[in-house]
Design a protein around this ligand. Structure first.
Ligand SMILES: [Zn+2]
Length: 70
C-alpha cells in the first residue's frame, strides 16, 4: 500500500477518488511532492520508444474538386 498514492513518473500525488484517501500523510506528500499533473503514465505508455518526428509524414493537401463553371 502506498505506491498508488504517488505517480511513478513524476512522483507527484495522484488524485484520489475516495474520500478516505485524503489522510494527513497524504496531505504531507502533496505539500512535499505536489500533485501529479496527470497524463504521465499515458504519455509513457503512448511513446515507449522515442520515434523521430520526421517519420510522421505531413498530411496530404486536400484535393479541391475542379469546379468548372463553363
Ligand atoms: Zn505524474
Amino acid at each position: 500500500m502506498g505506491n498508488d498514492v504517488l505517480c511513478q513518473v513524476c512522483r507527484g500525488v495522484l488524485p484520489a477518488s475516495e474520500r478516505e484517501a485524503y489522510t494527513t500523510s497524504r496531505s504531507r506528500l502533496i505539500l512535499s511532492n505536489g500533485y501529479c499533473p496527470g497524463g504521465c503514465v499515458q504519455e509513457r505508455a503512448a511513446a515507449p520508444v522515442q520515434v523521430p518526428q520526421a517519420q510522421v509524414a505531413p498530411a496530404p493537401l486536400p484535393v479541391r474538386p475542379v469546379a468548372r463553371a463553363r
